[in-house]
Design a protein around this ligand. Sequence first.
Ligand code: SF4
Ligand code: SF4
Ligand SMILES: [Zn+2]
Length: 134
Amino acid sequence: MESVNSIETTLIAPCGMNCGICLAFLRDKNSCSGCRGDEASKRLSCAKCSISNCEFLKTTPSNFCYDCEKFPCARLKHLDKRYRTKYNMSMIENLNNIKKSGLDNFVQNEQKKWTCNTCGGTICVHRGFCLKCN
Ligand code: SF4
Ligand code: SF4
Ligand SMILES: [Zn+2]
């Protein structure tokens, strides 16, 4: 079975979120371009995100929160807790993995982790199932 799941390094947000598994990115209508994507098609709450617009982030060499002196700051911990509780996913764990093994490795693992066994599509973190074949 050939995988049609195409998570790319540019889809990994500074906070550790994989935008490639986000419902707003995966939906057909008015889809979001991802945190590092085109501003015009970004969901408003993400365009105004206090993490992606953080002053400390601008000073990091990697443009990821793991490089910040305040990592993990209260904002990030709050987001991480919400995702761990609601969606069984941790941004802080993602960031630690990127720091440890590199972004390319992380993306490869994400591709495996979120590929649907049935159709090769992408499993949505917010829905918990593949949007292509449900
Ligand atoms: S809504 Fe936010 S988290 Fe989802 S794809 Fe867009 S920027 Fe990423
Ligand atoms: S970890 Fe640092 S760069 Fe990331 S949101 Fe917190 S203060 Fe900003
Ligand atoms: Zn599927």
